[in-house]
Design a protein around this ligand. Structure first.
Ligand code: TXA
Ligand code: MG
Length: 322
């Protein structure tokens, strides 16, 4: 594994040449390129096999930097930015001409975020361009939360992986849009509805969030393991055992410690006591790890539909693939 280390200067040199670097953030690892270089951005789409109509989040180090790239920051957006940046919040803002159309798939809105990770913030401050970075996984696969996940996906086909340890949040950023003046959550994420509501009480959860993709990448099926995968509302042993006719060896992921002992069903709990933040941190690592074992089916119990549980369930429901 020659291409993983904590060397920020080396990461900068790779990016300066128009090549790709996987960067750590507090949510998930991103696959980063110079936002101003079309051929560098192209490499992201090719490596991820990502449809060109799916735009990319622009990562910056400060609100002052973002102000250079947008027409305006609406008042509510500014309040959210001050409260949650650096942090797991992405805000769509009307871009100016400095942000190329190939970053936003032609949209007049660009997605901005200041990630809360010391290494990546230092990298962002050391360069004079912003970084576009989608999650560092092949399209439709589970987002990586450890440097080794990125390596296992891309091996040496990615130039460099900047190792910043494990991602603390473990689930992607919350995306907020201000198109008609009212803030709307397009993608539930690490920052919860309640946290946003506290700062901007007019915020709405997009009602169609489960059904109709709002952000181009929010297609219904997404973030999926390769292994057959299904979610259940709560642990129901009879139902689980029925699946064994078709899928003999099952991995069962529970939200809190559960004592189930059935032949050929292995149980993995995301958190001892059902702590939602711990569940979010462990979720993708558990999915990626179990996906590489030889299970016939992965069954995952849904989280309580509160706080970050809403984002967790949003991802889990869209991972169903049978
Ligand atoms: O936590 C995160 O947001 C991570 C880390 C690396 O920052 N990034 C991430 O990127 O999850 P990605 O590309 O996997 O998901 C970004 C989502 C996609 O659904 C994309 O369609 C949407 O954001 N998006 C990006 N730019 C947009 C734009 N200009 N308008 C609408 N949606 C946009
Ligand atoms: Mg993604």
């Amino acid at each position: 594994m020659k291409n993983i280390s904590e060397d920020i200067l080396f990461a900068k040199s790779v990016l300066d040449k128009g090549n790709l670097v996987a960067i750590p953030t507090e949510t998930v690892y991103g696959l980063a390129a110079n936002a101003f270089k079309e051929d560098a951005v192209d490499k992201i789409y090719k490596l991820k096999d990502r449809p060109k109509n799916n735009p990319l989040i622009i990562h910056c180090h400060s609100i002052e930097q973002i102000e250079k790239y947008v027409k305006e920051i609406p008042k509510d957006a500014y309040e959210l930015a001050k409260q949650f940046w650096p942090g797991p919040l992405t805000i769509l803002l009307k871009k100016n001409n400095l942000i190329p159309d190939f970053v936003t798939a032609g949209s007049e809105y660009a997605a901005f975020r200041i990630p809360n990770h010391p290494i990546t913030l230092e990298l962002l401050k050391s360069i004079d361009y912003p970084l576009v970075a989608p999650s560092a996984n092949p399209s439709n696969r589970v987002s990586p939360t450890k440097a080794i996940h990125v390596y296992d996906y891309f091996k040496e086909t990615i130039d460099f992986i900047l190792d910043g340890g494990d991602c603390i949040e473990g689930i992607e950023s919350t995306i907020v849009h201000f198109d008609d003046g009212t803030p709307k959550i397009l993608r539930p994420g690490s920052v919860t509805f309640q946290q946003l509501f506290y700062v901007t009480p007019s915020i709405e959860m997009n009602q169609e969030i489960q059904d109709i993709p709002q952000a181009p990448g929010m297609s219904k099926k997404h973030y999926s393991p390769i292994t057959p995968f299904i979610t259940i509302e709560k642990i129901d042993l009879k139902k689980i055992i029925k699946y064994q006719f078709e899928y003999p060896k099952i991995a069962l992921i529970t939200q809190k410690k559960d004592f189930i002992s059935v032949k050929n069903i292995d149980v993995f709990s995301l958190s001892e006591k059902g702590d939602l933040n711990q569940i979010a941190t462990n979720l993708y690592d558990t999915l990626i790890t179990l996906d590489s074992k030889k299970y016939d089916l992965i069954i995952t119990e849904l989280a309580p539909e509160v706080g970050v549980g809403i984002a967790i369930n949003n991802r889990l429901k869209r991972a169903n693939n049978i």
